[in-house]
Design a protein around this ligand. Structure first.
Ligand SMILES: N[C@@H](CCC(=O)N[C@@H](CS)C(=O)NCC(=O)O)C(=O)O
Length: 202
């Protein structure tokens, strides 16, 4: 049985969302987003940095939300939630899938770190302010990309939307989803109205 190590409102929600969309059964192991849980000896044996998510599927332990999503799709997806591998559409899909974690999450992670995650005396306001500007630049790019589209790859939901959906969940939490990005706003509402998203963020 697949175990998902999860903390509320963190990247692990991507995996709950994915499993819900694909109907993959899972056993949710919910941790508190505290050093007590994440830095415990037991959890460090699964994730040496003490971060979420991790999975344990019959002894196979994996970290990294994007890698885990790709693994679960390859194993259980039967071609769902992604374009045909090797096509131009698949190339675009991979680009947005990885953009979510490798590029967009950089400023969002910094905003989180320098506004509420780190102890107050370790926060650098300048880093938070610059990261807000970077995130806004990315939201502007996404807004253009989403014009006339239901999802980032066109008409159908893909796992790239699940990866990006978490970034936008944070943007909403940080008050960044303003009227300056109408296509992003309606895209996020479309994602957030899905039962699988609601389950992942409950
Ligand atoms: N690139 C990793 C990032 C994992 C990560 O930073 N997770 C955050 C929660 S969203 C975390 O556990 N932070 C705890 C910490 O940094 O101490 C992934 O996508 O899984």
């Amino acid at each position: 049985m697949l175990k998902i190590y999860h903390a509320p409102n963190t990247r692990s929600l991507r995996l709950i969302w994915l499993c819900e969309e694909l109907g993959i059964p899972y056993d949710l192991q919910t941790l508190k987003f505290t050093a007590e849980d994440l830095q415990s000896e037991k959890y460090l044996a699964l994730h040496p940095l003490g971060k979420v998510p991790s999975i344990d599927e019959d002894g196979l332990v994996l970290n990294e939300s994007g890698a885990i999503a790709q693994y679960l799709m390859a194993k259980h997806g039967k071609g769902r939630l992604e374009p045909e591998p090797g096509t131009a559409e698949y190339g675009k899909y991979l680009q947005w899938f990885h953009f979510a974690e490798a590029t967009f999450m950089v400023p969002l992670g910094n905003i989180a770190q320098h506004t509420f995650v780190r102890p107050e005396d370790q926060r650098i306001p300048q880093v938070a302010a610059e990261s807000v500007e970077s995130a806004k630049k990315i939201l502007g790019i996404l807004d253009k990309e989403l014009a006339g589209k239901d999802f980032i790859c066109g008409k159908a939901l893909t796992a790239a939307d699940i990866m990006l959906g978490y970034d936008l969940f944070l943007c909403k939490m940080f008050g960044l989803l303003s009227d300056d990005y109408p296509n992003v706003g309606s895209y996020f509402n479309r994602l957030a109205s899905r039962d699988a998203f609601k389950k992942a963020t409950a």
